[in-house]
Design a protein around this ligand. Structure first.
Ligand SMILES: Cc1cc2nc3c(=O)[nH]c(=O)nc-3n(C[C@H](O)[C@H](O)[C@H](O)COP(=O)(O)OP(=O)(O)OC[C@H]3O[C@@H](n4cnc5c(N)ncnc54)[C@H](O)[C@@H]3O)c2cc1C
Length: 511
């Protein structure tokens, strides 16, 4: 039965369908297009936000707190939460498992500051959803990373030891196979590590709840409104259209930080324009098609499949505590349960996008859903007969160091946050705080002291080299991990190809 469902394509994810249905019952006046009409004609704003996922919505929310009188306009091409914010796995995890990388990049104190900020973000999702009556199933039950093959053993050791060394031994703790099986009885999992400060949410309910709250706070949202031009630049394949002379001037600091930003849009209602004191670009993977950002992002597809409700079967394998679970592959599988006893499993190896284009391969790739379902079958052979009821995909945006970037365009009041690399649920809370503070120049805001701010990730090679390189390395990694799971030998050439990104200085690929 597993593996037999086509991805949803253009159709909404199961999460979002559930969220929209609940919303229509609870607050019909806020659902659908009625409350968020497309932009038509010209308008002005203190801050214009591009994109209505978590990053844009958290930025809007934070602005209503730190700049209560500001006029905020948010434009979204689809509906808020229609992108990955309404399609993801709903894992809100801390960053302690990334501590070694963070220490390498930002030193011990910087790394601890970032990891603690992420913990606070995970906690804040619980308090925020409770305060605002958003029933996003927030549950802090921790998250297990576990080896599913001898080659994956010990993938967590360096991070566990780093946590101990910096005085945070409880943040990420080694687990034996026996301890793991006491929580989730998979015959395959060998040993791993547990992060207690990790939660899960119903991702689309969170996104839609944010939309409701910011609308109630006076943020002007225009859905079905596509940004076609930002400050004279347009998106497109292979990096879009923009003025390289202007960008060179910006890099030299020759832009004008005071000159307003002009955003042009199009929608079913016609063309529109927003002139704003500042712009926040919260376009996630779509940013890869814009000239200013494209070279620093690789787009990648990620898919999730969802089983029918199987509460009794979950009880049989002892997985009733709500923990998140992931194997220790590079192309990791991540799994979580739902309150009605389903399993959602994602990952297993998506594909790179070409030239920043977000096409059907990001939502309609049946092979990727088969791979996700195969991961479930391998980890839990006893669930082989369980029916897959839904499957969907979306784009993720990967940076060279696998960490998000929050920064400003030199000399212009344009601020951006993207590059979550498939981990944005909790980090976008931090991102929203940073971007709001940047947009209104709240320089005393503690969020701006985080060393994440202003770090511009390394550029990737231009197309077509980026796509070809990503594709070759991806095929090699999928092949190598398959061989390793089958406990078969991996030849030296294959191994070398999987190391290539690291050898080129990117924090990507396998060791
Ligand atoms: C299948 C999948 C599973 C994932 N699982 C997890 C997980 O379990 N945990 C985790 O932390 N992260 C996960 N992620 C990543 C996470 O979903 C993202 O990092 C997060 O949603 C980013 O939020 P965002 O607001 O920056 O981007 P988005 O939600 O992508 O929002 C960007 C918005 O910009 C809009 N837009 C794009 N171009 C334009 C334009 N020209 N004009 C107007 N609007 C535009 C888009 O329609 C979109 O709504 C997953 C992602 C995917 C795809």
């Amino acid at each position: 039965m597993l593996g037999g469902v086509r991805p949803s394509g253009e159709r909404r994810s199961w999460w979002l369908r559930e969220a929209l249905a609940a919303e229509a019952v609870a607050a019909p006046y806020l659902s659908g297009w009625g409350a968020a009409p497309p932009l038509r004609g010209t308008t002005t704003a203190d801050v214009v936000i591009l994109g209505g996922g978590y990053t844009g919505l958290w930025t809007a929310y934070r602005l209503t707190e730190i700049a209560p009188g500001a006029r905020i306009v948010l434009v979204e091409q689809d509906i808020c939460g229609g992108g990955p914010s309404g399609r993801n796995g709903g894992f809100a995890t801390g960053w302690w498992d990334d501590l070694p990388t963070l220490i390498e990049r930002h030193g011990v104190s910087g790394a601890i500051a970032i990891a603690r900020a992420m913990d606070e973000a995970v906690d804040s999702l619980g308090t925020w959803t409770a305060e605002h009556g958003v029933d996003a199933w927030y549950r802090m039950a921790g998250s297990i990373s576990a080896s599913g093959a001898p080659a994956q053993d010990g993938g967590w050791t360096e991070a566990v030891e780093a946590c101990r060394a910096v005085g945070e031994p409880e943040a990420y703790v080694a687990m034996t196979a026996h301890e793991i099986r006491a929580r989730v009885a998979s015959p395959v999992l060998r040993a791993g590590a547990f992060m207690p400060g990790a939660a899960t949410v119903q991702p689309a309910v969170l996104a839609r709840g944010l939309r409701r709250v910011v609308l109630e706070r006076g943020v002007e949202i225009h859905e079905g409104t596509t940004v076609t031009e930002l400050d004279g630049e347009r998106p497109g394949w292979l990096g879009g259209v923009g003025s390289s002379a202007r960008r060179a001037a910006e890099r030299r600091g020759g832009g004008s930080a005071r000159r307003p930003v002009r955003v042009r849009t199009t929608s079913a209602a016609g063309d529109g324009q927003v002139t704003a004191g500042a712009a926040v670009v919260a376009l996630n993977a779509w940013a890869a098609a814009w000239p200013r950002f494209g070279r620093r992002l690789v787009t990648w597809s990620s898919y999730i499949v969802l089983t029918e409700p199987i509460p009794d079967r979950l009880a049989d394998i002892g997985w009733t505590g709500g923990e998140g679970l992931a194997d220790a592959r590079f192309t990791l599988h991540y799994l979580r349960t739902t309150p009605d006893g389903r399993i959602a499993i994602g990952g297993g190896g998506g594909r790179a996008g070409f030239g920043g284009r977000i096409g059907p391969a990001f939502t309609d790739d049946a092979q990727s859903t088969v791979r996700a379902a195969a991961g479930l079958r391998r980890l839990f052979p006893s669930l082989r007969d369980v029916r897959i009821e839904d499957a969907w995909g979306g784009p993720i945006d990967i940076t060279a160091d696998h960490l998000p970037a929050f920064a400003s365009v030199p000399g212009r009041p344009i601020h951006y946050g993207h590059g979550y690399s498939g981990n944005g649920v909790a980090p976008s809370v931090v991102g929203g705080r940073i971007l709001a503070a940047l947009a209104v120049e709240a320089s005393e805001d503690p969020a701006l002291a985080l060393p994440l701010v202003g770090v511009v990730p390394r550029a990737f090679p231009p197309e077509p080299f980026r796509y070809v390189g990503a594709r070759v390395v991806r095929e090699a990694i999928v092949r190598r991990e398959q061989l390793e799971e089958d406990e078969r030998p991996v030849n030296r050439i294959l191994r070398e190809v999987t190391h290539l990104p690291k050898r080129m200085g990117y924090h990507l690929g396998m060791d």
